[in-house]
Design a protein around this ligand. Sequence first.
Ligand code: FES
Length: 112
Amino acid sequence: MTENSILCRLDDIEDGGSQRFSAEIDGKPHPLLAVRTGDRVFAYINSCPHVGAPLDFIAGKFLNAEGTHIQCANHGALFAIENGKCVQGPCVGDALEPVSTLVNDGIVYLTR
Ligand code: FES
């Protein structure tokens, strides 16, 4: 059986922008990052596969200047928004740990 929990309202994340969250997953709190593109939200554990540090220097800001990729503030690694794969930087070939989401009626749910 699938259990969903509410992450936020869709409007809590600017379209084309990102936000940081803390959410309980499997009974433990986890730092998350979420990126919105239209009515889709992509969420990942906020931990860079390079050295395990949070990706944001400025809280909630996770995208590169062009808004095309998630960028780690520590050493500049770039990750694809849609699948979290590192496409440039010191951890190419690794990926962010995804957290499944579902958007329904303006509410963003974490699904598992
Ligand atoms: S910690 Fe993210 S690129 Fe080094």
